[in-house]
Design a binder for this molecule. Structure first.
Ligand SMILES: [Zn+2]
Length: 61
């Protein structure tokens, strides 16, 4: 009999709920989800939240 013991850490999920994720690379940003869009850095209307790296890339192009 095989028993698969999965050690799942719900902490990761809870963590990712607190901060926005970059819509391009999927990385968690430092922007809390509760932050108003107008006060966010790296937020592009119609696209979503970007991490600083992707935001720089987009602005450069
Ligand atoms: Zn990114």
């Amino acid at each position: 009999m095989k028993r698969n013991r999965r050690k799942e850490t719900p902490q990761i999920e809870t963590n990712s709920l607190k901060f926005e994720r970059c819509v391009l690379c999927g990385k968690q940003t430092h922007i809390p989800i509760s932050t108003p869009i107008a006060a966010r850095q790296g937020y592009i209307e119609g696209t979503g939240q970007l991490c600083p790296t992707c935001y720089k890339r987009i602005k450069n192009v």
